[in-house]
Design a protein around this ligand. Structure first.
Ligand SMILES: Cc1cc2nc3c(=O)[nH]c(=O)nc-3n(C[C@H](O)[C@H](O)[C@H](O)COP(=O)(O)OP(=O)(O)OC[C@H]3O[C@@H](n4cnc5c(N)ncnc54)[C@H](O)[C@@H]3O)c2cc1C
Length: 500
């Protein structure tokens, strides 16, 4: 039985002092909570909004070493990520699975060049490899990718990587952390750090639902706030030199009539040297991504028109069916938390993670990728143990199975229980999102417990009143509250619609 948010809040308030407090409920923070709790440290995690509301719900949904980073010569980082990919496939097989990718080849040198590179990618995974790279002739390529443009096609290279649903994995990590004794709370924002004689000894936080303020004490505090890293560092030291840089990436979601449903396409050579993926996901295809430096950090990043046009124009070259703005079912934008480098372009900034400890003992873990969250967590907790003089305990997450979220089981999947004819979710998904996955709003349910808003924004908007009714039933909302919730959801959902 998963404790409710109220039960977890009571537990949080009743404990006078924690070993570790973690700020931020994305992949890095929740991974760190699981690592710390499973070692036996008393652990409290505070997330200002919903789990995954930041970057961790906006990924390309790949658990991968990163073929692109291999091309940049970052072999060590690719190897680390491939090792984590292998572990995740074993520890969370209910969410992470192998996926075939095909690189279409149109020039004579493409096959040997990409074939060799991807063979090396396989080799770097060593015993944790998931499938062999092989060269395809023209007919085989068209059989794997029936929707692609056959003009000038010479063949392809097939390789394997991992795929997942980012927020489903996040909830699985959160539930496993709670199962191991952690307290994780969404909608509790850290407003300040508590210090004693220059050392961080806890946080002041506000429950965004009740407005109540709390002081939570701990032996150490870990800052895992992604793109918000510098805000917390400034609470620690007003003069802290900013270390983060945001790079926006967007994805378009389209119908599977544009591309096959069981093989992804990888386009390694775009006009500006970025990689573009077309990835099958929940019966749709995700196309992405972009890499646009952003000065302004927004909680609701908005896709730029030029980003949409860039993806549409590039992908159109590879598809046989014309693709335009009217075909986009949803568009979502996320901000990569990159650690600043003296380079102008964000696409060349390393995706490796960074761990720093301030003179007051605040541990900051940032950068990295979804794929490497476990390693980031292990490193952060090792450092926190050292900094705070905690008992050094071994990390057990390398082989720790992650919980299979209850929502996937015993579902009444008769068609009349669907929340919308165009969405693959049932009424029971909504109820369980609230009762065992801490969803608190219509947006939590439609964006991050189910993926309706990401799959089809218009259908999600149409389903919102029904969803508000079910969520309201569990959380005791009256009709007026249901209406307000739907309005709040619709405001966010507008960002996911592409204007024709
Ligand atoms: C377009 C795009 C595509 C990507 N694709 C992939 C991919 O396919 N595979 C991969 O491995 N990686 C991918 N990544 C990278 C990956 O998504 C990120 O590295 C990862 O999600 C970062 O997680 P995080 O926990 O550090 O940050 P976040 O997920 O942003 O979490 C930080 C959290 O801290 C909270 N917070 C901030 N301030 C406070 C406060 N004061 N109090 C409490 N909480 C606070 C925020 O609300 C937020 O939820 C992609 C990134 C982008 C942008």
């Amino acid at each position: 039985m998963i404790p409710s948010r109220d039960e977890l809040l009571k537990k949080a308030v009743s404990k006078p002092r924690w070993d570790i407090i973690i700020i931020g409920g994305g992949a890095t923070g929740l991974g760190t909570a699981l690592d710390a709790a499973s070692r036996g440290h008393t652990t409290l995690l505070l997330e200002a909004r919903d789990f995954g509301k930041g970057t961790s719900s906006k990924s390309t949904k790949l658990i991968h070493g990163g073929v692109r980073y291999l091309r940049q010569g970052n072999v060590k980082m690719v190897m680390k990520a491939l090792r984590e990919r292998g572990r995740l496939l074993k520890n969370a097989p209910h969410i992470v699975h192998p996926l075939r990718f095909v690189v279409p080849c149109t020039k004579w040198w493409h096959k040997p060049w990409y074939g060799l590179g991807l063979k090396l990618y396989d080799l770097l995974a060593r015993h944790l490899g998931i499938g062999h790279t092989h060269i395809l002739n023209r007919e085989e390529t068209l059989a794997y990718l029936p929707g692609i443009n056959s003009e000038g096609l010479r063949g392809g290279v097939a390789y394997w990587d991992g795929q997942f649903d980012d927020t489903r994995l996040l909830i699985s990590i959160a539930q496993t952390a709670v199962q191991n004794g952690a307290v994780v709370l969404n909608y509790v924002e850290v407003a300040d750090l508590i210090k004693e004689k220059g050392t961080v000894t806890g946080v002041r936080a506000k429950d965004m639902e009740s407005g109540l303020e709390y002081a939570f004490e701990s032996k150490t505090v870990i800052n895992a706030t992604g793109i918000g890293t510098d805000f917390i560092r400034t609470m620690d030291n007003a003069q802290a030199v900013p270390m983060m840089q945001a790079a926006q990436g967007i994805h378009l979601v389209v119908d599977t009539s544009f591309l096959s449903t069981d093989t992804a396409i990888m386009v390694p050579d775009t006009d500006d040297g970025r990689v573009i993926f077309g990835v099958p996901w929940h019966g749709k295809v995700i196309i992405g991504t972009t890499d646009t430096p952003r000065e302004h950090i927004s909680r609701e990043p908005v896709p730029l028109d030029e980003e949409v046009d860039y993806l549409l124009s590039h992908v159109a070259r590879y598809l046989s069916k014309p693709l335009g703005r009217k075909d986009v079912l949803s568009v979502f934008a996320g901000l990569r938390p990159l650690v600043r480098a003296n380079k102008a372009e964000t696409k060349s900034i390393s995706r490796d993670h960074t761990l720093v400890v301030s003179t007051s003992g605040l541990v900051t873990i940032t950068g990295g990728k979804w794929t490497t969250y476990r390693q980031m967590a292990e490193d952060a907790v090792n450092r926190a143990e050292k900094t705070a003089g905690l008992l050094k305990r071994p990390c057990i997450t390398r082989t720790l199975p992650l919980m299979d979220p209850e929502a996937e089981k015993d579902m009444d999947s008769s068609e009349n229980n669907l929340i919308h004819p165009n969405l693959p979710y049932f009424e029971e998904h909504i109820r369980r999102a609230v009762t065992s996955e801490w969803a608190r709003s219509v947006e939590d349910v439609l964006s991050r417990r189910t993926r309706c808003l990401f799959l089809d924004a218009k259908a999600a908007i149409e389903a919102a009143p029904k969803v508000a009714f079910f969520v309201g039933h569990e959380l005791g909302w009256d009709e007026a509250r249901q209406k307000t919730e739907v309005q709040a959801f619709n405001k966010v959902a507008q960002i996911y619609l592409v204007q024709h």
